[in-house]
Write a protein that binds this ligand. Sequence first.
Ligand code: KIV
Ligand code: ZN
Length: 508
Amino acid sequence: MSEPRKITIFDTTLRDGEQSPGCSMNLTEKLELAQALIDLGVDVMEAGFPIASPGDFEAVREISSTMKGTTFCGLARCSDKDIDRAWEALKHAERSRIHVFLATSAIHREFKLKMTREQIISRAVEGVTRAHNYCDDIEFSPEDAARTEHDFLCEVVEAAIAAGASTINIPDTVGYATPQQMGETISMLFNRVPNIDRAVISIHCHNDLGLAVANSLAAVQNGAGQIECTVNGIGERAGNCSLEEVVMAMKTRQDFYNLETNINTQRLVPTSRLLTSITGMNVQRNKAIVGQNAFAHEAGIHQDGMLKERTTYEIMRPEDVGLSKTDLVLGKHSGRAALGDRARELGYHLTGEQLQEVFEEFKKLADKKKEIYDGDIHALIQARIHGGGESEHGWSLVAFDVKSTSGKTPVCKLTLSRDGKEFTEEVAEGDGPIDAAFWAVEKITGLEITCKDYQVRSATLGRDAIGEVLIEVEYQGKVFRGRGTSTDTVESTIQAILDAVNRIENRS
Ligand code: KIV
Ligand code: ZN
């Protein structure tokens, strides 16, 4: 067999992933994830869509000017304002790419853009040319390419390459393609576009029919050299091509695909867990590669086979995706250094000050709980670093007293503090202790919020496990999420509400 061909992994977790509901991240969270993506080994990181909001601009600017080790990319429509803004955000990066896009399918041309084919071509050429005046590395995406007429797609791609695009991305924007069709489209472009050898062909699939990974693999089998994907497959609607799945498919079946990537696969699970912790969006238990059950063998016949020879029922080794064999790690006698090491292995880059804060909480927890698992450590770090109801000038919990008696209205007495001042209220309202806690927080903070989703889960095994509460609240038509962790679920609920309230008050 010839040498494997290298596939470029273009990660768009911070752009296409982040723009999906419930996945928005603040700057600190984006910086943390960006570092984890660099450690994972992504070749290109799409850090955001700079024109979309001041927050997006700032994130692209901060990430690309302070970090190294990958190519940083910013998205722009084919308009002067978008492209100038993207460059403004990217100009200090060591390696940068501007990604310009314009829809090409008949549906988009007629109903969304109201533009003719000729107008689309000249707008695409103008966009690529302007971006190319700023930087050499230009990617062009004909949005909804998978539903674009082949003749026209070839014309647009040829014109974009001639104008200076070095990567041509083929998006299946609405997740409509099938693997065979996607493979044929890529092969058709190689056969019909005369200057195709001057660009890398990329693939960008959405997962509406559950085919994003299969479609991406079909594209690379037919010559595409770059895959656009997201950690945990997060993204609009049913999401994008899942990075961990597509990477492990190429690695595990290298005998078939003869392809390889620069991804350090042992960072896959930690990066997935980090993203889950940041967004509060859990992956399904049976999700390939990173789901809780992905390497669990329940059936007796399978367990028996595994004991005799692992490969009877296992095609990948858990260690290769970064799953530790046992997650029982620390206890009362573990020191700060051991906690720091474990945190690093789990994908966190804590500053000395953050580690100290987490360590203090760790010691308190170790007094209540003998065995500290990875899940507990995730929960502790998330609570201290990503909110958990506290921020420098935000509300924090001082004390609570909640009474819930059958047949009686629940009562919640709550004391919160903010900027050194304490506020106490007692309410007898609601249909249970959680509702009463909401009422009490509303009364003190003066914010009227609607609870859209409330989830409690235990971070680890056992009755003494940390209870993690994730909530989504609506305030003035916008959704905010909050997280709280404690061995007491009422306390984690109040923390989660305060986390959401602090996010509301700090919104940019
Ligand atoms: O799905 C899509 O078409 C996109 C483009 C901007 C590449 O995300
Ligand atoms: Zn997309």
